[in-house]
Design a protein around this ligand. Structure first.
Ligand code: NAD
Length: 253
């Protein structure tokens, strides 16, 4: 078990990639707090996974400072400390650049990018405090995307927010290195979750995506969970500031 004794928060952990990460971290020995707005899925996840280890759920909109404050406080109450954070919550909004509204731009930026700042800062402050009391430095993983550099025409705030997540990862890593806290990102390609429904359900788009994916298949959430678990573990003790792409070798569409 590579994460024995560690405690982690996984945002957006009730579904999709986040849920696969929760399963993997619990399997690897961590105690995990799921933070999500989907309370029904959160409760179902706890029910399904708790036989394998300790997992809890807090309802939280991680783009809201107060929710983040409460999430961190509840996790410390439950587990005593936080050693790992996965900033995974994310949403998409399809619209042509000329039609996109300010409200939709802000919503995607807040959920995908601002949440990583809010959670990252709150958890890192806690980690720095605990290091002062003798704890090992913790580790943070942000969920980016291949779209941090590859723009998609009708996903304006999504592409911009993921570019921001990779850059935020770099500056957090630089700022927190003095404390020994490592910060990395994972950049998934096309992974089979609800978020990918528009691709999976559209044969033409699916064929186009696969034609640009050398491994020739859509990825499984567990394959993103494996990279995340590695980055959080001491196996990655000399890795910080990186975005690791798990994308089947994906090339621009
Ligand atoms: P998903 O839609 O299956 O799951 C996203 C989860 O985030 C859901 O449980 C949802 O309730 C939660 N969430 C949404 N807004 C929230 C908020 N404000 N506060 C807390 N939780 C919130 O999506 P997914 O495919 O599992 O995506 C997870 C992450 O992976 C996202 O950051 C996404 O951008 C990234 N990603 C996914 C793919 C892919 O192909 N699926 C590719 C690249 C990157």
């Amino acid at each position: 078990m590579r994460l024995d004794g560690r405690t982690a928060i996984v945002t957006g952990g009730a579904n999709g990639i986040g849920l696969a990460i929760v399963r993997r971290l619990v399997t690897d020995g961590a105690r995990v707090m799921i933070a999500d707005i989907d309370e029904a899925a959160g409760a179902a996840a706890v029910e399904a996974i708790s036989g394998d280890g300790e997992v809890r759920f807090t309802a939280a909109d991680v783009s809201e400072r107060l929710d983040v404050h409460n999430l961190v406080a509840r996790t410390i109450d439950a587990f005593g400390s936080i050693n790992a954070l996965v900033n995974n919550a994310g949403i998409v909004h399809a619209a042509d650049f000329l039609d996109l509204t300010e409200a939709d731009f802000d919503r995607v930026m807040n959920v995908n990018l601002k949440s990583a700042f809010l959670c990252g800062q709150a958890v890192a402050r806690h980690m720095v405090e605990r290091i002062g009391e003798g704890d090992e430095p913790g580790s943070i993983v942000n969920m980016s995307s291949i779209n941090d550099t590859l723009a998609i025409a009708n996903q304006v705030p999504y592409s911009v927010s993921k570019g921001g997540v990779s850059q935020l990862t770099g500056v957090m890593a630089l700022s927190l290195a003095q404390h020994g806290i490592r910060v990395n990102a994972v950049g998934p390609g096309s992974i089979m979750t609800d978020m990918l429904a528009s691709v999976a359900d559209n044969p033409e788009l699916r064929t186009r995506v696969l034609s640009r994916t050398p491994l020739g298949r859509i990825g499984d959430p567990s394959e993103i969970a494996a990279v995340t678990a590695f980055l959080l573990s001491s196996e990655a003790s000399y890795v910080t500031g990186q975005t690791i792409y798990a994308d089947g070798g994906r090339m621009p569409l």
